[in-house]
Design a protein around this ligand. Structure first.
Ligand SMILES: C[S@@+](CC[C@H](N)C(=O)[O-])C[C@H]1O[C@@H](n2cnc3c(N)ncnc32)[C@H](O)[C@@H]1O
Length: 204
């Protein structure tokens, strides 16, 4: 990774993702997590304060190791232990059926081959376990979606590979997880960047 990707982007991402209006979304998506949790795209640990006490351990995955420094205070203050286990959500160093829940927040947009990550999520979840997620992606409004297609090449270059136009619900369901809760809405800001998919998807 170059200096921009390795050092600058994780710090910029932390500032962008630390916006107050995202806090209630993080709280909703983290509610109901328990047991062994894998967080893919751990970033600067902004979900850590929202882990419920029923979570016994979080195993964190993220290629940007600078995030660990940015997360240090939150991790130290957390009653839930956090263990860094890997760098890539596309290849999880975990046994099959070893996790009760997986958490992703604004991460599936960035993983190069999203289907690989989703299939890894399906593999490590135990039957009845669930993916809790909030992701931005392709709007159902065609005029917004067209802008998302136009802007995605630039966004990918500037924002670490982030796609604006992934149809997250279809991709999650296509990898064998059952959508058990899904809500779509626009977050504050330009619509092309803010069409949200929030929900849970369960392994049968
Ligand atoms: C927009 S940030 C979101 C960070 C955090 N989840 C949050 O809500 O603040 C996207 C995160 O995905 C991570 N990421 C990128 N590629 C990844 C991969 N292949 N596997 C796991 N995480 C990845 C980035 O390093 C970054 O921390």
């Amino acid at each position: 990774m170059g200096i921009y990707q390795d050092q600058v982007l994780p710090r910029v991402t932390h500032v962008v993702m630390n916006r107050r209006e995202l806090t209630p979304i993080r709280a909703r998506v983290s509610a109901g997590l328990r047991g062994e949790v894998v967080e893919i795209g751990f970033g600067s640990g902004l979900n850590v304060p929202h882990y419920p006490s029923a979570v016994t351990r979080v195993r964190a995955v993220d290629p940007a190791t600078v995030g660990r420094k940015l997360a240090a205070k939150r991790v130290a203050a957390s009653p839930v232990p956090v263990e860094y286990i890997g760098l890539d959500g596309q290849a999880l160093p975990l046994d099959s059926a070893s996790a009760d829940h997986v958490l992703t927040t604004w991460t599936l947009c960035t993983i190069p081959v999203i289907q690989r990550a989703l299939s890894e999520i399906g593999r490590v979840l135990r039957p009845g376990g669930a993916l809790h997620f909030v992701e931005h992606g392709r709007s159902t409004d065609l005029s917004v979606a067209r802008w998302q297609d136009r802007l995605t090449p630039l966004q990918r270059r500037l924002a670490g590979g982030c796609h604006l136009n992934r149809q997250i619900d279809r991709l999650v369901a296509g990898c064998g997880l059952e959508l058990t809760r899904i809500e779509n809405y626009y977050a504050q800001g330009p619509k092309a960047f803010g069409y949200m998919f929030e929900g849970t998807a369960t392994k049968a």
